[in-house]
Design a protein around this ligand. Structure first.
Ligand SMILES: *Cc1c(COP(=O)(O)O)cnc(C)c1O
Length: 241
């Protein structure tokens, strides 16, 4: 078995163990392979090894992999920061956008989805720790944004996503995950189940996914744990950036 297939097996076992330890079924958790900086070939190998969902960060990489047919056999989610002027490259081409970080982006997605006559599934990204370096709604902005989303005909709000600070040890990010879980409960209470189908919680990365699973994650986004250390990004000159 190659290293990628081996890591996938380990990750699956860890997810199953974490789920069972807190009374959840492993099938409730979708593993999203964070494929940023990976090649078409690596993506194809991951799918051959059993990956069913790829998560892309950058519009340019997504477009190139899509054109090359690298995602054949898997679904694709968009998990990176999305600029409003790039929504046309993403809306209708991915099953789920995890990273809706502003009302403005929500409205841009609505416009493009309406133009294409489809409904785009989205998550709202929440910046729980108030980190300046990160995108995302503040916890206070989440309910109003969910209200806005619930009124849009071509956007379906499915849940929430967060990228907490890097974990400093087992259990350290649990408060953030619990926080996100509670925000989803608040949305369901305020907005009601018939206007919003807020059931997804996209949380947990390579360092903290087992904790996220116990806190209720439905989607964990893993890069390093599956692919090993990320290849460096090469510029046009072939230098590392
Ligand atoms: C890169 C990335 C991940 C995966 O990070 P790892 O620590 O390598 O597992 C998850 N989510 C987002 C949004 C990312 O950009």
């Amino acid at each position: 078995m190659d290293a990628l297939a081996q890591r996938l097996e380990t990750v699956r076992a860890n997810i199953a163990r974490a789920a069972q330890s807190c009374g959840r079924a492993p099938e409730e958790i979708t593993l999203v392979a964070a494929t940023k900086t990976q090649t078409d070939e690596t993506i194809r190998r991951a799918i051959a090894a059993g990956i069913t969902v790829c998560g892309e960060n950058r519009v340019q990489e997504f477009t190139a992999h899509l054109a090359a047919g690298a995602y054949e056999g898997a679904r694709v989610h968009f998990i990176g920061h999305l600029q409003t002027n790039k929504v046309k490259y993403i809306v209708g081409k991915v099953d789920l956008i995890h990273s809706v970080s502003s009302d403005k982006l929500l409205l841009a997605i609505q416009r493009q989805a309406e133009k294409l006559d489809l409904v785009q599934d989205v998550l709202l990204e929440v910046n729980l720790a108030g980190e300046e370096s990160k995108f995302g709604l503040t916890p206070e902005q989440v309910l109003p944004a969910a209200e806005l989303a619930a009124g849009l005909a071509n956007v379906r709000l499915r849940g929430l996503m967060c990228i907490p600070p890097p974990s400093t040890g087992p259990g350290k990010n649990l408060p953030y995950f619990a926080n996100l879980t509670q925000l989803a409960v608040d949305i369901r209470q305020k907005i009601g189940d018939n206007r919003a189908d807020v059931v997804y919680l996209s949380m947990g990365m390579s360092d903290d996914y087992q904790d996220a699973v116990c806190a209720g994650a439905t989607h964990v986004r893993l890069g390093t744990a599956l692919f090993g250390p990320r290849p460096p990004v090469l510029t046009n000159l072939g230098r590392e950036s």
